[in-house]
Design a protein around this ligand. Structure first.
Ligand code: NAD
Ligand code: AKB
Length: 324
């Protein structure tokens, strides 16, 4: 039986993954944790076990694993790209020293570890289109540096110590429950909120900047499917390219206009986040994930837009009419 500890569970992914995993594995078997409790997550905290765990505190992490007889750690605690450029020391400390604590705990207590990498693990010298699974990785952000190093560290713990480590390189994730935590792809979430508030949005990412993206429903499936995948089929383990779509702000606005025809997009480019976006791929080749564990996303741009707008309209109490 799986006994799962999710770190960083009150973030964009964890706040949805916890509830999804509780449906599948049973509420009592999925322990949510975060370095602090946050407002707005009362439902999640009440729906099963919750612990305050800072992954930089090895003793507390280890005690939570013992207390709940954990055999699977899903490590979502991290600092994302834009915040990471503002505070690179904190980014290194949490993304690397925290991950090291997670892996050491897993080694000592015989746990599986899932930890996500990102398209940020690539850099300006990586092939930009249909970026291969195995290719040049020379990222230019601290976040990207920690993501490549994290991929390698997870590979090392598997080869050296036999820890069952697994992970994917997520693209920008789009969701409506919890706002993203300070990344470069966040514009693609904010745009839906503003479309439903004022029918207009000012993008901090320039027209023509393509990045891979994915709807949260597919991201949750990727995590659960890879955790449950037959280890005998896995050749890459820790850094599978996964994607569902690639678009620039104009393409996204065109999709929103199918449902809100008056929607207007303008630009006020943020040079720091633009530079980060320019260093990332336009589109990924995710054939290894498709071959090794049958990865197959369900949402394309328009089906994601429809669901986002419908769900957010209810959440925001928006009176704007959605067509289509
Ligand atoms: P997020 O910023 O929304 O959430 C991170 C959570 O971790 C927050 O609740 C934060 O309070 C918590 N946290 C921070 N430091 C901690 C610490 N030391 N100990 C315990 N908790 C701590 O992030 P997310 O979007 O949910 O991302 C989760 C993982 O997925 C990260 O590794 C991220 O790099 C990766 N990822 C996310 C995306 C995306 O678009 N969301 C894309 C690619 C990869
Ligand atoms: C970010 O923009 O930092 C994240 C990511 C793609 O890793 N969304």
């Amino acid at each position: 039986m799986r006994r799962i500890l999710i770190t960083g569970a009150l973030g964009q992914i964890g706040s949805e993954l916890t509830l999804e995993m509780r449906k599948i594995y049973g509420s009592g078997n999925v322990v949510a944790s975060n370095r602090r409790a946050k407002e707005g997550h009362e439902e999640l905290i009440a729906s099963g076990p919750f612990e305050i765990v800072d992954i930089n505190d090895l003793q507390t992490l280890s005690a939570a694993v013992d207390k709940h007889k954990i055999n699977t750690i899903v490590n979502l605690a991290a600092i994302l790209s834009a915040v990471g450029e503002r505070d690179p020391q904190q980014c290194w400390n949490i993304n690397m020293n925290g991950l090291y604590n997670v892996l050491e705990t897993a080694r000592e207590k015989n746990c599986m570890v899932f930890t996500p990498s990102s398209i940020a693990a690539f850099g300006p010298s990586t092939p930009k289109d249909s970026t291969p699974q195995d290719t040049i990785q020379r990222p230019t952000t601290m976040y990207g540096v920690t993501k490549v190093a994290g991929e390698l560290l997870c590979d090392y713990y598997f080869k050296k110590f036999g820890v069952d480590t697994r992970g994917v390189r997520f693209p920008g994730l789009i969701s409506y429950k919890t706002l993203p935590g300070g990344g470069t792809t966040d514009y693609a979430v904010h745009i839906y909120y503003e479309a439903l508030k004022s029918k207009k949005y000012t993008s901090f990412i320039r027209k023509g900047t393509y990045m891979d993206m994915m709807y949260i429903r597919d991201a949750l499936s990727a995590i659960i499917e890879l955790i449950e995948a037959d280890p005998g089929r896995l050749k890459h383990r820790n850094a599978f390219n996964v994607t569902a779509m690639s678009f620039d702000p104009e393409t996204l606005a065109a999709s929103i206009r199918k449902f809100i025809p008056e929607f207007e997009l303008s630009y006020d480019v943020d040079p720091i986040r633009q530079e980060i976006a320019d260093s990332w791929p336009n589109s990924l080749d995710d054939s290894a994930a498709r071959q090794e564990w049958d990865w197959n996303p369900k949402y394309d741009l328009d089906s994601m837009t429809k669901d986002m707008l419908e769900k957010l309209r209810v959440k925001l109490g928006s009176m704007i009419t959605i067509y289509g």
